[in-house]
Design a protein around this ligand. Structure first.
Ligand code: GP9
Ligand code: MN
Length: 622
């Protein structure tokens, strides 16, 4: 037998066969988007590397056991792959451990199982049959390496693994820390390593939860009560009672875009006009407070009035926690709630988190008609997104709370020339140069959305809240930013650049205007509840109603920086908020707040890591 003469060890043949099979399944049976040659290469490389990782373990076993190990591993590996494929066909997502225990998912799957199994799936078993045959004694493809041979075979495992991780890190920096999207993880490290990663995340989260105890929540409750002006109600309490609330999260939108001009053209004519109107209240000192979870962090803060985590995205790490989120509270008060966002439903684990926090409906990518003509950048363009959403919005039972998340104005802010209506900026940063064109596009999309809301009759019974989710221009572009703003981007300026739009538009209202208070995303939940006339007395939140005068002591960012009425504190320095001058001698001024900020951030972390809300009764009258 030829093979026998060559004596290629079975674990090598199997790694190639099984790896290739997995690649073919990734490439042609899953619907993974491949955007460039590097991604294509990683997709090809990672299944072979992970197959080798598992099959090379066999060199440490006795020849007879090697065959058994290889056979059964190939079989089980194929089953895992196949279950993921069937699950993916139904949910466009990969299995996570918590999802396995979600009854409704399993039920969904069994009801549609026949439509999820295809004839070509038989191909998945082909390599297993070949491997099964080759593992027979007569081919004698087992190895009995010396100790150094075994070590060498194992060393190759680590080389391949390191190569895979390095390529993945190149393709998607901080992939593991940001725990981006399951699709990204699978594309970069493969479905098997992804499961290992998922299991590790799960263990860590579970351990922190296990060691938490109920006394911790009482301490936090006391802290919140001591620091809140719970009795005070704002003048605007109930102004939007029974109205629909339309919340628009505007991608990567920073305040410096407002009133900016490129070659004499306003970047955001619609928002510029809106923020000055009497039916709009604009908080010009509103800060985003997001960390690595970006958009999902902004959603988390708004929904829960808790801080995001310093590492990773809560939407991934603690999606199964007990929360008392905005949609849940609104649902209890007769609202229907929905989210419109034309991206893959599993991005940021939204499908799981949204269900947990009580959204009734999530319109993801599949609810939209996405064509080549109506999409660029990250997907469906904002104008088409709003146009296509209107019909569904009309179907919502009133009163409703609907969140829209835009997508076009996302890094790298590229737009086809014919769709851009202003010039690019001209600086050393391509990112900043592009930033204005997509911002203008989104400004136009918002204008069109307002128009469509009016035409559909929804407008008059609604209030519309616009909020920037997080920064779009990172510190990396400080030189170009400095040029644009005509000032040096000091740490103080960097903090000031974290201001994003926050506008509350109330049709028919006449007392609007510009508000100077220093506020942040953490204050959105109590503010919106108050506008809707809902008293969530037992809610535990770190935010305040923005309209209750004097209630806000500080706005803390996730890295411990903070802004008060008088000071901006960051990187160990206290600055005068008005002048931006560092207060060397007066550094003491920031100290008490610094302590409180640290305490508050750690309390928020404790709630999340310990899943402490499971010990708290939000419904009880206290
Ligand atoms: C993806 C969109 C962008 O669905 O919300 O996410 P980001 O990269 O900004 O966090
Ligand atoms: Mn975003």
């Amino acid at each position: 037998m030829q093979l026998n003469k060559l004596r290629i060890p079975l674990f090598v043949i199997v790694s190639i066969l099984f790896g290739l099979k997995t690649y073919i399944v990734y490439r042609f049976m899953f619907d993974l988007s491949i955007e460039n040659a590097l991604q294509e290469f990683i997709l090809f490389f990672n299944p072979i590397a992970s197959a080798y990782l598992v099959f090379a373990i066999s060199v440490w076993l006795k020849p007879k056991n090697q065959m058994k190990y290889i056979r059964w591993t190939a079989f089980i590996g194929s089953v895992v792959l196949y279950i993921n494929l069937v699950f993916y066909r139904n949910f466009t997502d990969f299995i996570t451990i918590p999802v396995l225990f979600q009854g409704n998912n399993a039920a969904d799957l069994t009801s549609s199982i026949l439509t999820l199994i295809h004839v070509e799936d038989l191909l998945l078993i082909l390599d297993v049959v070949v491997i099964w045959v080759l593992s027979k004694k007569k081919f004698d493809l087992s190895v009995s390496f010396s100790k150094s041979g075994k070590i060498a075979a194992t060393a190759v495992t680590f080389l391949l693994l390191a190569g895979n991780v390095a390529l993945a890190e190149m393709e998607r920096p901080m992939l593991f820390v940001r725990a981006f999207d399951r699709e990204y993880l699978v594309k970069n490290i493969g479905v098997y390593n992804y499961h290992v990663y998922d299991a590790m995340m799960q263990t860590k989260t579970k351990a922190q939860r296990v060691f938490a105890d109920s006394s911790e929540i009482s301490e936090i409750e006391n802290y919140i009560q001591e620091n809140a002006d719970t009795d005070k109600k704002s003048e605007l309490f109930g102004i939007a009672e029974d109205k629909n609330m339309i919340f628009v999260s505007i991608e990567s939108f920073q305040n410096f875009l407002l009133d900016s001009k490129i070659n004499g053209e306003e970047t955001t004519p619609f928002l510029n006009d809106l923020k000055e109107r009497q039916d709009t209240i604009w908080f010009k000192n509103f800060y985003h407070q997001t960390a690595q979870g970006k958009t999902s962090d902004s959603e988390f803060i708004v929904e829960n009035s808790l801080y995001p985590l310093g590492r990773g995205a809560v939407y991934f790490t603690n999606a199964q926690n007990e929360y008392n989120a905005l949609p849940e509270i609104l649902n209890k008060h007769g609202y229907t709630s929905s989210v419109f966002h034309a991206n893959n439903k599993s991005f940021w684990n939204r499908d799981v988190m949204y269900e947990n926090v009580g959204y009734d409906k999530f319109y993801g990518e599949q609810s939209y008609n996405v064509t080549e003509e109506n999409s660029f950048g990250w997907g469906l363009e904002d104008k088409a997104f709003f146009s296509q959403s209107i019909d569904e919005l009309k179907q919502q039972e009133e009163p409703f709370y609907s969140k829209f998340i835009t997508l076009t104005h996302h890094f790298p802010f590229e737009i086809p020339e014919e769709k851009a209506s202003i010039d690019k900026y001209d600086s050393g940063s391509e990112t900043l140069n592009n930033y204005f064109q997509t911002a203008r596009y989104t400004d136009e999309a918002l204008k069109q959305f307002f128009q469509q809301l009016k035409e559909s009759g929804i407008y008059k019974d609604s209030i519309i809240v616009l909020m920037g989710d997080h920064y779009g221009i990172s510190e990396f572009h400080n030189n170009a930013m400095g040029e644009f703003l005509n000032k040096e981007i000091t740490p103080y300026e960097h903090i000031q650049l974290q201001r994003v739009p926050f506008m509350i538009h109330i049709p028919g209202y006449e007392n609007g205007g510009i508000r100077e208070e220093v506020v942040g995303q953490i204050d959105v939940k109590p503010t919106l509840l108050s506008l809707l006339g809902i008293e969530a007395e037992n809610d535990l939140s770190f935010g305040v109603d923005m309209f209750v005068e004097g209630s806000k002591k500080f706005t803390a960012l996730r890295d411990g920086s903070f802004i008060t009425e008088k000071y901006v504190y960051t990187e160990g320095t206290c600055y005068d908020r008005e002048t931006g001058e560092p207060l060397e001698s007066e550094n003491e001024a920031c100290k008490p707040t610094k302590k409180q900020v640290e305490k508050e951030l750690s309390y928020s972390d404790k709630i999340i890591y310990g899943d402490l809300f499971r010990f708290y009764d939000f419904t009880d009258e206290k």
